[in-house]
Ligand binder design. Sequence first.
Ligand code: EPZ
Length: 438
Amino acid sequence: MAKLVVRGGNPLRGDVAVSGSKNSALGILAAAAMADGESVLDNVPSHTDVFTMCRILRELGARVYIDDDHRFHIDGSGLSKTKPSYDLVRKMRASFYVAGVLLARLGEAEVPLPGGCAIGSRPVDYHIKGFEQLGAEVAIEYGYMKARSNRLQGAKIYVNRASVGTTVNLILAATLSKGVTILENAAKEPEIVDLSIFLNAMGANIRGAGTEVIKIQGVERLHPIEYGIIADRIECATFMIAVGASRGEATLHNVVPEHLRTPIAKLTEAGLHIEEGDTEILVRAHKKPRAVDVETAVYPGFPTDVQQPFVALMSVAEGTSIVRETVFSDRFRYVDELRRMGADIKVEQDSAIIRGVETLTGAPVEVPDLRAGAALVVAALAADGETEVHNSEILERGYERLGDKLAALGADVVLEETVTGREMRVEEFRRSVEVEST
Ligand code: EPZ
């Protein structure tokens, strides 16, 4: 168990480098295992979710290791097993991406169905329906999806709710199928574009990523490449909000401002001064933020993964704001923890009504899920006194060295845990590779 102890009140100042995108890396790591030969990935963040994906790929027969320059090497030539272990898959929903990979490469997949999630019901019925439309025979038995097909056939598929995961899984499956697949109402997130650029560089034939209609002409095989993952727009937005809540001034580096149009517009509306460069964003916030209403939506709308940190900012804003969550059914559970810090928030159906308070006060709080954890850290930075953020290891699922980065910006943050961070995880992963390869 880890605990982040934050003493609030220090304005964040200085420069911080944003890491590679978790949600892009997860899809691209899985896709890399579809090529015969070793791909090399750069800018892969050291999140626990990334290591879970690496372990699953290795369990299925792929070779995965990290070199001294922290580049990830993935070789799918040895991919041979079709059933990843429940123990690994249950740790992370994106593990279900291996279903598309295995069906495409081996014609068979037996993957545990993802379980419950803290942010609401998250079935994979759209993924399964899509596999069936590509011609796979699918059965749900004993908690597993069992799917098989001699060779997937291209089809026209409507992606419900522009689901990100469904779009990723169907792109993976359709890339090595026979014929043409058309995905309509496809997700348009930058992570989908990054995945498609990566696959096309490996020899795939994907057109239209980033639009609602993606056309995939199936190919026989893929070859390995070297590739760099895009910046994490959610981490970037989280830091912008943290600077705003602490009334600081900082520059975020290695970012793609284009991917943050809506968060930038909403934060500007809240009174933050934001200047964009090619790959950096300056945020200045010397005044109390203004209350702003927000509604989450699929890209390019306001990201649901930024909803929680944004609510934390609004809890110290001038005035009352309404934040509506339209993507997930139950993504306000963390509000009780913010109330413990003195926030004045009422949740009614899919909306939170936030009456800004003068100050929050530090308190012991618990992290229920990744982005809720980010909200608690943002609140702690703005609060008077000390906040103990318990279960902070959950933050490491999607924020690389958050404590170190905040401390480098002048925050009074201490991580209480025996050993943690990138060093420990890389070491642990390397050791497991050595064990495996001897
Ligand atoms: C991806 O989740 C992200 N995860 C999530 O980020 C993000 O919140 C979400 O997209 C929305 O942007 C990764 O990229 C690994 P969806 P995903 O399929 O793919 C429903 C984070 O914190 N649905 O777009 O699971 C679903 O329940 C995480 O980094 C079905 O009903 O999201 C949800 O209400 C959290 N059946 C909606 O659609 C399905 O088969 C959108 O989900 C699939 C989805």
